[in-house]
Design a protein around this ligand. Sequence first.
Ligand SMILES: Nc1nc2c(ncn2[C@@H]2O[C@H](COP(=O)(O)OP(=O)(O)OP(=O)(O)O)[C@@H](O)[C@H]2O)c(=O)[nH]1
Ligand SMILES: [Mg+2]
Length: 384
Amino acid sequence: MIQKNPQVSIILPTYNESKNIIDILKLIDKNIPKGILTETIVIDDNSPDGTGKIVEDYVSSIKKIAENTVDVIHRKAKNGLSSAILNGIQNAKGETIVVMDSDFSHPPQIIPKMIEAFKQYQCDLVVASRYITGGSIRGWTTKRKLMSKIATIIAKKGLGVKTKDPMSGFFAFKKNIIKELNFDALGYKFLLEILVKTKGINIKEIPYTFENRKFGSSKLDTGTVIDYFKSVWKLYINEKIKTTNEKRGSVRFLSKAGRFFSVGASGFLVNYIVTMLLTSGLSELWYLHANIFGILASISTNFILNKVWTFEDRDFSRKKILSQYGKFGLFSSLGALIQLGMVFWLVDSYDIAYPLALISAITSAAFSNFVLNKKLTFKEKLWN
Ligand SMILES: Nc1nc2c(ncn2[C@@H]2O[C@H](COP(=O)(O)OP(=O)(O)OP(=O)(O)O)[C@@H](O)[C@H]2O)c(=O)[nH]1
Ligand SMILES: [Mg+2]
């Protein structure tokens, strides 16, 4: 049988789930919608109760008959839930990833609804939610419910997350939304990291009832709570640094544009003074010749000021200066052409008043000049 690539990868982390794992794998298999090919990846951290070996045997027993595959990744030691999930995702071949616990807290009956939601709501991330209408928790003590609520409030208020159940461990997403992300995979809450680090994705929450585990013991301990606070703090600090840098980026862009235009204005003065001096003061040059010198002088002073002041470039090697000066001169001429073309076009085709046309043309030429020189002459990123 030639195995086609799966459409959906189901990530199932396990630590001491020997009493749950086979039944949950069977129930998942029963709930896979017809026509959808899946792979289930169990990530086991060398569970002392032999979960890894149990899955291994199960995989061999179903290998020849199953259309939907099951694989197991054995890790050497207990490295945390988020890092297990990340490991699973890195090995997943499906375009859609489903993440869930293996202790029956997350009912596999919800998986078809999640897959359907991608189509129905055109979304990138589906969160199975305990905290929207229709969702609930069964079997938790009041203390556990309270802890979960507090953690949820911290995530929402502290990190600005809008999702009602950002602490859910049951969710599905299109793999491409995390393509560019670097995960810390610290602690327990992988979904929270996705919610904080992806921007502008479509999210749909669907309700479900969380059932407390019946077999096996919880891995939630004081260390998990401390890890949670650490991960929220790290996400908060990283986001803060990112937004400050973004703000700094726009401030730097504007301040450089401001310097560039001031230099342009100074060039206008240089051009005027040199031309006037050459026609009436220092020599009696023909006015057009004098103007050529005026233009060359202003291009040169503009270049020097922009290199040293606007773009703070300290490479004064001859080769560098010559190549930059060449490009700068080329873009200045291009700017002049853009200006002339635009004035002609605005006045001739659109009957726009000459002063207004001139101002628009000068602004466009100056701006394109700035962008071209920033990127190509002084080799800066456009937005930094
Ligand atoms: N591979 C791996 N799996 C883990 C680790 N910690 C927890 N898990 C699994 O992740 C899922 C969630 O862990 P649980 O212990 O159920 O955590 P919980 O749902 O917050 O708490 P309870 O339901 O009360 O047990 C389960 O399938 C665990 O077996 C880990 O360090 N490594
Ligand atoms: Mg659990």
